[in-house]
Design a protein around this ligand. Sequence first.
Ligand code: HEC
Ligand code: HEC
Ligand code: HEC
Ligand code: HEC
Ligand code: HEC
Ligand code: HEC
Ligand code: HEC
Ligand code: HEC
Ligand code: HEC
Ligand code: HEC
Ligand code: HEC
Length: 406
Amino acid sequence: MLDFNRLRLYRRARISAWLPAAALLQLFVFCSTMHGQTDCLSCHGDSSMQDAAGHSIAVDGKVFSASIHGSLKCNDCHSDIREYPHPEKIAAVKCEKCHADAQSELAGSVHASASEHPCTSCHGNAHAIVAKTNPRSTVYPLNIPRTCGACHGNDRIAKDHHLSNVYPSYVDSIHGAALSTEGLLVAANCQSCHGSHHILSHKDPESPTSRAHIPSTCGTCHAKIADEFASGAHGRALAKGNAKAPVCTDCHTAHAIQQPAQEAFRAHTAPLCGSCHADKASTYRDTFHSQLSLLGGYVDTARCWDCHGSHEVLPASDSRSPIAPANLVHTCGQCHANANARFVKYQPHANAHDWRSNMPLYFVRLFMNVLLVSVLTFFLIHTLLWIVRARLEQVKSRAGNGGRNA
Ligand code: HEC
Ligand code: HEC
Ligand code: HEC
Ligand code: HEC
Ligand code: HEC
Ligand code: HEC
Ligand code: HEC
Ligand code: HEC
Ligand code: HEC
Ligand code: HEC
Ligand code: HEC
């Protein structure tokens, strides 16, 4: 009745000290029907238990009972264990037996092919899984970034799979800080933007992080801003399929989002708008507002969006636009208390190179350039002639002295 090959196994498993007890137990459990956790825990409950390779195969019964699966029998999951002694190699647990949805969602995702990924890579120790609403769960909102960050904060994994290492930037972002320092459960964690089981690459058009879907993904929380964006020139261009139209992450990034009121953001965004509106950025750079910030130090001068708005950006021809002629006194008046119709004649994008956009400025520039070139040319010729004349006089005076120097 006793399988002595099995007993050798137990000796290898370093429990040879209680070999007789194990043998008796084998006999006992073999004769009884096998279910219950106690049967298994009578061996695996020993916290020092290791398999032949020296890996711990101990299971903490208390932790297991407190887990969401605490009422299951061990072999509800380890279902290939039908009798003792149980096989040396036990098949991997198939969670899909009870969680078919999670499994099928995972199957079509980026994580399906990655060898790193059984369910436990996100849910942690299979014997300690608790409800996702429990603060100890690895998928409780405050813990999700750390769970995903175990891989997405790892340089080697990032390199092997040609991904950016996003976790460090996320942690310092407004969302990451709100989550970790304020415990703000409604701040965006990885799952809010990517989903949990059916995670797709942003290159997949179906993904919530694909360009076309980003405004609505951010808009699940920033609803008013997403509406404003949609009704502005940028949102409309995006809806028409204009691949050059900006989305939220072009201006804010996806993982390193900062507070827009902060200096770092304000100082950066003028070049950012300029990455697409190069002509307007160069004319802005020539004006007083931009020159102010180039003087050194940080000056809170007018940035692109102080005049244009940030989300409902509209062309001057739209009467709702802050740069529509009728609204300029109000727009400039935010900072220039005594702005009036004459003051707003000032052109924030004065282009001295284009006579159509500003004729007086164009001719003033032309005149100044002609003046500069003529003055320089005159003095250059003057100086050359002066040198020639000085040389001639020197030669003449040497000749007068009979070839000796004076
Ligand atoms: C009589 C003691 C004993 C009992 C009872 C017992 N096991 Fe084991 N179990 C072992 C030993 C010894 C090993 C180590 C085998 C090895 O060397 O890899 C092991 C290994 C395992 C492994 C790991 C296998 C692997 O591939 O690494 C699992 C899973 C397991 N047992 C589950 C159970 C479950 C579930 C029960 C109850 C239904 C149970 N065991 C009952 C002694 C026992
Ligand atoms: C919810 C399903 C589930 C239940 C219930 C469960 N296990 Fe496991 N167990 C797993 C998973 C998953 C693994 C990881 C190995 C794998 O992928 O199969 C595992 C691994 C093990 C191992 C191998 C060592 C280790 O920790 O990796 C042992 C031993 C084990 N389980 C014993 C038990 C015992 C004893 C019970 C009952 C008290 C039990 N299991 C109940 C899912 C379960
Ligand atoms: C990439 C990480 C990841 C992997 C892999 C993963 N999960 Fe999840 N799982 C999550 C996150 C995150 C949540 C929390 C979802 C939420 O809060 O809405 C979750 C929630 C769950 C839930 C709770 C119900 C629900 O859908 O909200 C179950 C059940 C679950 N997972 C089972 C599984 C199973 C089974 C597998 C393996 C087939 C698996 N998970 C693989 C991340 C993962
Ligand atoms: C024998 C069926 C069974 C198996 C196999 C099983 N589970 Fe479960 N699981 C359950 C039940 C029942 C619940 C409790 C559902 C509830 O309370 O809503 C649960 C709950 C969960 C939850 C928490 C859901 C929540 O609402 O937060 C997660 C996560 C989970 N299981 C993951 C797993 C993983 C991972 C595996 C494989 C290692 C697995 N389960 C295997 C039956 C099973
Ligand atoms: C506010 C929404 C948001 C949050 C929160 C977020 N992501 Fe992303 N993630 C995106 C978007 C959008 C992209 C698409 C690429 C881009 O715009 O940079 C992306 C891209 C990625 C990529 C692919 C990067 C690459 O180089 O291909 C990974 C991996 C990733 N995210 C993981 C995470 C992880 C892990 C977390 C949590 C620590 C997280 N994301 C949090 C929105 C988010
Ligand atoms: C066990 C390691 C691991 C964990 C944990 C993990 N991932 Fe991944 N993830 C990967 C690997 C590896 C890839 C690359 C898969 C591939 O290219 O085949 C990947 C790919 C991705 C991508 C696609 C990147 C792209 O655009 O190509 C996103 C998004 C992502 N993971 C988000 C998450 C989120 C969110 C979580 C947490 C809920 C998470 N991951 C947890 C290892 C992990
Ligand atoms: C799950 C909800 C959620 C999602 C999705 C989300 N956010 Fe947020 N976001 C928040 C919360 C909550 C705050 C406030 C944090 C604080 O004040 O500490 C915030 C703050 C911000 C801020 C700073 C606001 C300020 O007043 O300084 C910006 C910018 C921002 N999010 C942009 C984005 C972008 C871009 C996306 C999409 C890529 C996005 N958010 C997706 C919840 C979300
Ligand atoms: C063209 C660039 C651009 C795009 C696209 C953009 N934003 Fe902004 N966003 C800004 C600027 C600039 C500010 C700063 C506004 C200020 O300080 O007055 C800002 C401010 C914010 C704030 C802080 C609160 C506020 O209203 O000042 C949040 C939150 C935000 N944006 C979210 C989003 C979301 C969500 C999207 C996509 C639907 C988005 N942004 C698209 C440039 C942009
Ligand atoms: C990723 C490229 C991109 C970025 C970044 C960007 N824009 Fe635009 N912008 C566009 C496109 C495309 C249009 C639509 C042009 C059209 O409809 O023909 C547009 C339209 C506009 C318009 C309306 C004028 C018109 O010709 O319709 C204004 C004003 C404007 N943007 C200002 C800004 C400001 C201010 C910022 C920075 C806060 C900014 N843009 C950032 C690409 C961009
Ligand atoms: C001091 C306010 C102010 C600032 C700062 C400013 N603009 Fe303008 N912008 C205007 C006004 C007023 C107009 C309409 C008259 C004109 O074209 O000169 C305009 C016109 C534009 C237009 C064309 C709109 C149309 O209807 O054709 C674009 C695009 C634009 N600006 C982008 C930018 C960008 C990008 C920046 C930052 C690099 C910027 N602006 C900074 C006030 C401003
Ligand atoms: C966000 C604030 C802000 C906005 C909006 C703004 N400016 Fe300015 N502007 C400044 C600051 C700061 C200075 C430098 C200090 C000063 O002279 O008042 C300045 C200087 C100027 C100057 C040169 C000095 C002067 O006061 O004569 C002119 C001209 C000017 N702005 C015109 C405009 C016009 C026209 C608009 C609207 C299209 C506008 N500004 C919108 C902040 C702003």
